[in-house]
Design a protein around this ligand. Structure first.
Ligand code: GLC
Length: 422
């Protein structure tokens, strides 16, 4: 299967839900607490017996994903703290042997499939409990044991839970941050690891965090497009950047409009948006998150055509430089001859796009189908849509669907001063 084939469903989806859940969720101070508070493993391990997500928690995460209009869902099967949410022959520190004594990964993969979602598993290569991770030269045996255990656990994840659509590695960096990707690949024996994964799961998409590029670039907390043709996915917290795992007190929630703009910007750059939630200690999805997911889902139900399976579009709105992350007025996406102008900052009754090099045939509001008159000046490339409502029809993002005579293209301005002549 070629990389392009593997990425087909992923590019159609454009939007996934990330779930960070582990022992750190019980503490409510983010998923790095064990390390950042230097809690010794023996003390931290006591949390395991308190790990009792409500029955049906995984179903609730999947329902939240559906509500939001996400097409896939990714669960942290083991984060840096080392607690596995699955039954493992290579670790006692698991949800199957402590607390709830359940295989949460099994519940999750079953629930995701039942909900019609593609299944993604996050797995952290590093595990803070191994001194050999921090100082491989000083603790070579621990380092070797860590890597062996990682390979075996990845094999378990790839063989016990049916088809896995997406594998999201994390924690592949060296603790001293030295040596770049080559050292990571060496340390984790990533080539061997990923060859095993591909043999066991031929259609799987693998991210770039084992040090090898594989299928996906994964910028974090920002929407950053890769070169055209390369798969990419921006993951982002629904609150601010330091809380992937449940953070009990965090005043900085992103607004629904911000979240939709990130999703649209990712689609405009031909990439995906993986939005993260951090369920509460009992595994329930908190209200602040659910509210935001619901709003995104509502928006997608009438505007999904602008992002699903969309391609990048050259066109620019008025007075914007066109970069994915620098959209002043909004951004354009495209499918065939149809383009979608996703307007973030509503201009009032007239919307002007410039340097349009292709003849527009029809303008409609995507959510309502209402048509609007327009003018197109072929020589200058000015495209003026008139008769729009004074106030934004959708306060989050209004999408204007424009059908063009052929695939829309940007006009080259022969001289930057020509427009002054009218
Ligand atoms: C980072 C963090 C981690 C988080 C992840 C999300 O690498 O270490 O806590 O899970 O990114 O992709």
């Amino acid at each position: 299967m070629t990389g392009e084939d593997r990425l087909r469903w992923f590019n159609e989806a454009r939007f996934g839900l990330y779930v960070h859940f582990g022992l750190y969720s019980l503490l409510g101070r983010g998923e790095w607490t064990m390390y950042s508070e230097r809690i010794p493993p023996a003390e931290y391990a006591a949390l395991a017996d308190r790990f009792r997500p409500v029955p049906g928690a995984a179903r609730e995460w999947c329902e939240a994903a559906k509500l939001a209009g996400a097409k896939y869902i990714v669960l942290t099967t083991r984060h840096h703290e080392g607690f596995s949410l699955f039954d493992s022959a290579y670790s006692d520190f698991t949800s199957a042997r402590h607390g709830c004594r359940r295989d949460i990964v099994r519940e999750f993969t079953d629930a995701a499939r039942a909900a019609g979602l593609r299944v993604g598993l996050y797995y952290s290569l590093l595990d803070w409990r191994f001194p050999g991770y921090f100082e491989p030269d000083r603790y070579p045996e621990s380092q070797a044991a860590l890597v062996e255990y990682v390979h075996r656990q990845v094999r378990e994840l790839m063989t016990r839970y049916g088809t896995i659509d997406l594998l999201e590695y994390d924690g592949g960096w060296m603790h001293d941050l030295k040596g770049g990707r080559e050292r990571q690949i060496d340390f984790w024996r990533s080539r061997e690891l990923n060859a095993m994964v591909r043999e066991l799961q031929p259609g799987i998409i693998i991210n770039d965090r084992s040090g090898l590029p594989e299928d996906l670039d994964t910028p974090e907390q920002e929407v950053r497009a890769s070169r055209s043709g390369r798969g990419w996915e921006s993951c982002m917290c629904i609150g601010d950047s330091c809380c992937w795992g449940y953070t009990r007190f965090n005043p900085n929630w992103k607004t629904p409009a911000q979240l939709i703009q990130h999703l649209v910007s990712a689609a405009a750059g031909e990439g995906n948006f993986l939005l993260n939630i951090g369920p509460a200690p009992d595994g329930r999805v908190r209200g602040e998150e659910l509210d935001r997911l619901r709003v995104i889902g509502r928006w997608l139900s009438s505007n999904g055509a602008a992002v699903r399976d969309s391609r990048g579009c050259d066109l620019i709105g008025a007075s914007q430089p066109g970069q994915v992350d620098l959209n002043l007025q909004g951004c354009w996406t495209r499918r065939g001859r149809t383009a979608y102008w996703c307007v973030f900052r509503w201009p009032g009754t007239t919307a002007t796009a410039v340097r349009v090099g292709t003849r527009p045939l029809r303008v409609r509001m995507l959510a309502t189908g209402e048509e609007f008159p327009f003018e197109y000046h072929e020589l200058s490339g000015r495209f003026i849509i008139r008769g729009l409502p004074e106030l934004p029809p959708d306060g989050l993002c209004t999408v204007l669907e424009v059908e063009f005579a052929s695939e829309p293209a940007l006009k080259v301005e022969p001289s930057p001063a020509d427009w002054l002549l009218g």
